[in-house]
Design a protein around this ligand. Structure first.
Ligand SMILES: Cc1cc2nc3c(=O)[nH]c(=O)nc-3n(C[C@H](O)[C@H](O)[C@H](O)COP(=O)(O)O)c2cc1C
Length: 423
C-alpha cells in the first residue's frame, strides 16, 4: 500500500510486464470496445474488416489520451466468424502488405505516438456469431446460445481437432501480422462468452477429450494459442488475456474456478490477465451486491480470491480489473488488490480522461445520468460516443438525461438495438 502517494500518483505509476519486459507508462488500460468502424461487404469477404480513416482517428484520439495501454475492440480472425459486422478482421491468409496491412500500420503508429502501448484484442466468436452471418458456428460443445434481444444464433457443432488447429493458426497469424504492423502486443479475448471462454466455462464445454473436463483441459485451447503466438512473435511482444472472474450462471465460472484457471494459465507466458465477467446469457456490468457498489469495480471481490491463489514466482502475470469504476479514489483503491485498472465507457465520454486523472485535474470519471440497470442503453450510447470521436465530433454529453433518452427513443421504438451485443 502506498499511503503517502495521492490517488493520481498511484495511478500514474508505470507497470512492467514479466514476460515481454515491456512497460506501460501508467496503470490505466483503455478496455476493448467493439467499434463497428471497419469495412463490411455482405458478399465479398475480402472487403470485410479493413481499417477506415475513422477507425484510425479514434485510436489517434485515444493514443493522445494518456492511457498506459489502449486495447482495440475485438479483431476477428475469420471474415465469416465475427461477433458483428464492421469490426477489424485479420484473415489467416492476409498478406503483410496491401491496404489492410497499411490500415493496421496507421492505427499502430497514431495510437502509440504519445507513449502508451497499443494492444489488439484478438477474438473468435464461436457460437456468439449472429445467424444472419454464420449458419454453422463452432463451439466447445454443441450447446446453442439462446436468442437475445439483439439477435439469434445457430446451433454450433463441437470443434474438431482440425477446427481447433485452424483457430490456433488464426490467432498466431494475427499476432505476427500485428507485430509487423507495429502493435506492441495482443490480448486474447477469453471473456464474455466468446470461443476461448466457451472452452474455459463448464457451462458450454462438455467435451470428454483433452480440451474438456478438468481446469487444465478447459484452459488448453488458451494455452496452445499462447504457445503458438509466442513462437511467431518476438520476445518483447506483449501477450495478455481477458477472462471472466465470474459468470453468475449454473455451471458457469465461479471465482474459485477462475482462480484455478489463472493458475493453469500462469505457465503460458501471459504478461497479464484482465478480469471481467458475464456473457450474452447473463450480462454482468451491474453491481450485484451493496458491498461491491461501495468499491465501485464490479469484480473486485472476485479478484481478491484470484489474487490470493496466485503463485508468487516473480514472473506471475500482472492483473488488471475492468468495469464499474466511477471515481479516482475507487480506481486507486483497487490498486490495493490488483496491478492495473481497466476503463471502458468513460473512455468514450472523454478520450483523454486517463491523462487528466494522472495529472490530478479531476477526481471522478465523466458523470452519466444513465441508470446502472440500463446496461444496454449505456453500451449503445458509449458506442455512439466512440463513433463521434472517430468522426472528429464531441461525444454526446451523458450528464444531461434528455440527451441520451432522445438518442435512445427511436432505437427502442424500432426494437432493433443491434449494437449493444458487442462485448
Ligand atoms: C460499446 C462497447 C463495446 C464493447 N466491446 C467489447 C469488446 O470488443 N471486447 C471486450 O472484451 N469487451 C468489450 N466491452 C466491454 C468493456 O471492455 C468493459 O469490460 C465494460 O464496458 C465494463 O467497463 P466500464 O464499466 O468501465 O464500461 C464493450 C463495452 C462497450 C460499452
Amino acid at each position: 500500500m502506498s499511503v503517502n502517494k495521492t490517488p493520481a500518483a498511484r495511478l500514474g505509476e508505470p507497470i512492467t510486464f514479466p514476460v515481454s519486459g515491456r512497460t506501460a507508462p501508467n496503470r490505466f488500460l483503455n478496455a476493448a470496445m467493439s467499434e463497428s468502424l471497419c469495412t463490411w461487404d455482405d458478399v465479398d469477404f475480402s472487403k470485410r474488416g479493413l481499417p477506415t480513416p475513422e477507425y484510425i482517428s479514434l485510436y489517434k484520439a485515444w493514443g493522445q489520451g494518456g492511457w498506459g495501454q489502449n486495447v482495440t475492440g475485438n479483431v476477428q480472425i475469420e471474415p465469416d466468424h465475427v461477433e458483428t459486422s464492421g469490426n477489424a478482421i485479420i484473415p489467416r491468409d492476409a498478406p503483410f502488405s496491401g491496404p489492410r496491412f497499411e490500415g493496421f500500420k496507421a492505427v499502430a503508429s497514431v495510437a502509440k505516438a504519445d507513449g502508451g502501448l497499443i494492444v489488439a484484442q484478438v477474438s473468435h466468436p464461436g457460437r456468439q456469431v449472429p445467424d444472419t452471418i454464420q449458419r454453422h458456428p463452432i463451439s466447445a460443445s454443441d450447446i446453442q446460445q439462446p436468442a437475445v434481444f439483439f439477435g439469434n444464433f445457430a446451433k454450433p457443432r463441437a470443434a474438431t481437432k482440425e477446427d481447433i488447429n485452424r483457430v490456433i493458426e488464426g490467432f498466431a497469424h494475427a499476432a505476427e501480422y500485428l507485430e509487423k504492423a507495429g502493435f506492441d502486443g495482443i490480448q486474447l479475448h477469453g471473456a464474455h462468452g466468446y470461443l476461448i471462454a466457451q472452452f474455459l466455462s463448464p457451462r458450454t464445454n462438455k467435451r470428454t477429450d483433452q480440451y474438456g473436463g478438468s481446469v487444465t483441459n478447459r484452459a488448453r485451447l488458451a494455452v496452445e494459442i499462447a504457445d503458438a503466438v509466442h513462437r511467431r512473435v518476438s520476445a518483447s511482444f506483449v501477450v495478455g488475456i481477458k477472462i471472466n472472474s465470474v459468470e453468475f450462471q449454473e455451471d458457469g465460472i465461479t471465482p474459485e474456478d477462475a482462480a484455478q484457471l489463472c493458475s493453469a494459465l500462469e505457465g503460458a507466458g501471459f504478461d497479464y490477465f484482465e478480469l471481467s465477467g458475464g456473457n450474452y446469457e447473463e450480462f454482468a456490468f451491474v453491481h450485484k451486491k451493496e458491498s461491491t457498489k461501495k468499491r465501485e469495480a464490479f469484480f473486485l471481490d472476485f479478484a481478491e480470491t484470484i489474487m490470493a491463489a496466485r503463485k508468487k514466482t516473480g514472473k506471475e502475470p500482472r492483473v488488471y480489473i475492468t468495469g464499474g469504476f466511477r471515481t479516482v479514489k475507487g480506481l486507486a483503491d483497487a490498486l490495493d488488490v490488483v496491478d492495473g485498472v481497466g476503463v471502458g465507457k468513460s473512455a468514450c465520454a472523454d478520450p483523454a480522461i486517463a491523462g487528466k486523472i494522472v495529472q490530478g485535474q479531476v477526481d471522478t470519471l465523466p458523470p452519466t445520468t444513465i441508470p446502472e440497470a440500463e446496461t444496454a442503453a449505456a453500451m449503445v450510447c458509449a458506442k455512439k460516443q466512440l463513433q463521434q470521436i472517430a468522426s472528429g465530433e464531441a461525444p454526446m454529453d451523458l450528464s444531461v438525461s434528455d440527451r441520451w433518452q432522445a438518442y435512445m427513443a427511436p432505437i427502442i421504438a424500432a426494437m432493433k438495438p443491434k449494437e449493444e451485443g458487442n462485448l
